[in-house]
Design a protein around this ligand. Sequence first.
Ligand SMILES: *[C@@H]1O[C@H](CO)[C@@H](O)[C@H](O)[C@H]1NC(C)=O
Ligand SMILES: *[C@@H]1O[C@H](CO)[C@@H](O)[C@H](O)[C@H]1NC(C)=O
Length: 360
Amino acid sequence: MLRPLSLLLLLLLSSALIVRVNSHQESGEWSCESDSESRIESEFRPGLITLDGHADDWKDIDGFEFPLLPALDPHEDHEYKGGKITVKALHDGHDVFFMLQVDGDYVYSKGNSKKCPSIALMFQIGEGASYHDMGGCTEGKDTCTNKTCKGHEVDIMHFSIGNAIPGRLYGGNPIDNRDGYGGDRFGHLVDLYAWTPHCRYLDGTGPSGNDTSAQNEWKGAWWHSSFSVHSGFVEEDSPYASGGQKGTYYFEFSRPLRTMDRLQQDAQFTLGGSSKMSVAFWYPLDGQPWHGSGHYSINCDWVPLDISSGISKMSVRGGSGNVSSAFALLLSVVSLCASAFVGYRLFKPNHAPFTPMENL
Ligand SMILES: *[C@@H]1O[C@H](CO)[C@@H](O)[C@H](O)[C@H]1NC(C)=O
Ligand SMILES: *[C@@H]1O[C@H](CO)[C@@H](O)[C@H](O)[C@H]1NC(C)=O
């Protein structure tokens, strides 16, 4: 009679132990059970996307769904309540495009970006740059430089919409790009780079001085499905819709695959190549402003971003390449037979006498 009881006790004890070990891991050492299957594919689809924040033109493009877990403590219990985020990507041979869709009740507070949702993309630049700690350089704020943190560079695009009119284009603009840095004074869609969360700079600026050769190459727009007007908002229309309405936020971005960066501050994309990226999302829960590190992330490690080349896509698609080449072979065999037959008819001894037309 005692044995099952003691077994139960042992079980309870050991499960309590496991829970304790788990919680210890979370608060101490960083642990990540990354979904190694997940990846984002950027197809070659020229002439499809208008950069306006609307998702209609993306409807035939496959999306990749990710749960949004707190970036600093990726625990399923604290997943973003609004649901998963859908990431879509494609390129036209020159620019890469992203569409991010996430459900969320409409909140907007003009001029206060921390009381509006916000979104960021992050890409690996240096080969040693980890997802965790935004590059993972071990230098502190006072000692991180492009020398001490070499190889840990990450590229970041951050869009804070508090001053951005929905449907309007923000990001790189002639005025900020003339100053040679990654800022955006109009809509705060900025181009940054980092080595750690504490060593984050606008492109062209840095701890060892500014270099005015940088540019903000990103462009983007946002939208929410509760808006009833489909074009032409101006600043006076803010907050553009009444708060609290259910719906979906849309964030749409583009950037040239290659940039003229000479400072190792931009990720460079290659046709047929693969890059590493992540997506961060901020949402003002219960109307409270979010803080910088309170963001959700699509994964606790890099997610591969495949930039498919136009050629490989055509031959890979559903094995139709094989079918069409077999058909081409059949066609060439048929035409060879036909030409042999014509040749035979031409050169075989002609028994039928030649009949001039006028004799018919
Ligand atoms: C570099 O540019 C930033 C942003 O414009 C500015 O705040 C900073 O003072 C500049 N640093 C130097 C050394 O000029
Ligand atoms: C570091 O940045 C400074 C300022 O932009 C630049 O002059 C210098 O060449 C850079 N050094 C390296 C090693 O990239």
